[in-house]
Design a protein around this ligand. Structure first.
Ligand SMILES: Cc1cc2nc3c(=O)[nH]c(=O)nc-3n(C[C@H](O)[C@H](O)[C@H](O)COP(=O)(O)OP(=O)(O)OC[C@H]3O[C@@H](n4cnc5c(N)ncnc54)[C@H](O)[C@@H]3O)c2cc1C
Ligand code: SF4
Length: 339
């Protein structure tokens, strides 16, 4: 097929789609704002559900874009339509023309400082799930003073399912991420105690429930149904959390060395700016709104602009790759019919 496509965002969705669009014969340019391709997955350690290393996924994706023109360190700031063409403007003042665009601008992690009561940015041993992935990568899961954490809590639903945070939706992946991280903590730290504080366990993915069972039976992880209401420190500089155990129906106070906040996924700020510049519709959750949830989840409200991946909703890697592939099918059909 002939024609040119610009893919905005070089994460999982962008790299998979760009490779496949090149295989279809299009002239493809993939633009990524960071210096390196890979998006968030580049930052993760072992992946759920099968605990494979994220570097394996990265190697696959890097091969995928071998035939693609890749521009890194360049942010797409805006775009507009002129006739049947799109003109894309980048942060370094360049304009690039194309016949169709695929937006794969991904997600931002919820900024946990916004939930002041959990003490992120206030207490040094309150960290996020993304910080913990970085510690796993550096093989250095330690408290700020270098000591080994003996008691660790993982708090679910930080910034998701939370009216005050303005996010009513469930981020879908943080329950299974917590289970995976809890197992990894037990494997890394040996006899340390690990507790997950959850509202509901949402384990709706292939092999998720099996991982949850393994966490309880093989690794002895404590699952406590209840939300932490307050975090403080005591005289020994240990974290003290107050929660309500809603299964036992009693209040709970516990000392911890480390608290990991399972921060939710939000529409990326860079994606939101593109939505504004191109009059693209967003949903109640502020992610890009697909033209039709059943039959057009890759289509936007503007002909010739398509979406894939977590810029439309929280998704795991498997779902992101499938979504990228279905976007390519829609672009092929659009290019055939617009000739
Ligand atoms: C803590 C955590 C752990 C996770 N662990 C797993 C796991 O173990 N297994 C699993 O299946 N899934 C996991 N996920 C989900 C996984 O990270 C996503 O499925 C995946 O990152 C989605 O890829 P994406 O391409 O949609 O978005 P992203 O990874 O966010 O990539 C988007 C890219 O677009 C770029 N971009 C954005 N705007 C612009 C612009 N204007 N111009 C140029 N570039 C731009 C960004 O810099 C970024 O590189 C996890 C998620 C979280 C939060
Ligand atoms: S996946 Fe679990 S932790 Fe994440 S928002 Fe949904 S219920 Fe909360």
């Amino acid at each position: 097929m002939t024609g040119s496509v610009i893919v905005v965002g070089g994460g999982t969705a962008g790299m998979e789609a760009a490779g496949q669009l090149a295989d279809e014969g299009f002239s493809v340019t993939l633009i990524e704002k960071e210096q390196e391709l890979g998006g968030h997955v580049r930052e993760w350690h072992h992946l759920f559900p099968d605990r494979r290393r994220s570097s394996e996924v990265m190697s696959y994706l890097k091969k995928r874009v071998e035939k693609v023109k890749v521009i890194t360190g360049t942010k797409v700031e805006s775009f507009h339509k002129k006739g049947r063409e799109f003109i894309v403007s980048t942060g370094n003042g360049n304009s690039i023309h194309c016949d169709a665009m695929l937006l794969t601008t991904g997600f931002d992690l919820f900024r946990s400082e916004r939930k002041e009561e959990y003490g992120y940015g206030i207490y040094e041993n309150v960290i996020t799930s993304a910080d913990l992935e970085m510690m796993f990568n550096k093989k250095n899961v330690r408290l700020k003073n270098g000591e080994k954490p003996e008691r660790i809590g993982l708090l679910h639903c930080v910034g998701s399912r939370d009216e005050k945070a303005g996010n009513l939706y469930c981020s879908k992946l943080c329950c299974v991420t917590a289970v995976k991280q809890a197992i990894e903590l037990r494997e890394t730290l040996g006899d340390s105690k690990v507790f997950c504080f959850y509202m509901d366990m949402r384990m709706g993915g292939a092999l998720y429930e099996e991982l949850y069972r393994e966490a309880q039976e093989k690794y002895g992880i404590g699952f406590i149904r209840g939300k932490i209401s307050e975090v403080s420190t005591n005289i020994n500089n240990r974290l003290v959390i107050k929660a309500e155990d809603t299964l036992a129906g009693r209040p709970l106070k516990m000392e911890l060395d480390m608290l990991v906040l399972m921060a939710g996924m939000e529409m990326s700020q860079a994606g939101a700016r593109l939505a504004e510049s191109g009059n693209l519709l967003t949903g109640e959750n502020r992610f890009f709104a697909p033209a039709d949830h059943h039959f057009g989840s890759n289509k936007s409200n503007v002909k010739g602009i398509f979406y894939a991946g977590t810029c439309t909703a929280p998704m795991n890697i498997t779902e992101t790759i499938s979504h990228a592939r279905s976007a390519v099918a829609d672009i092929v059909s659009y290019m055939k019919n617009s000739k």
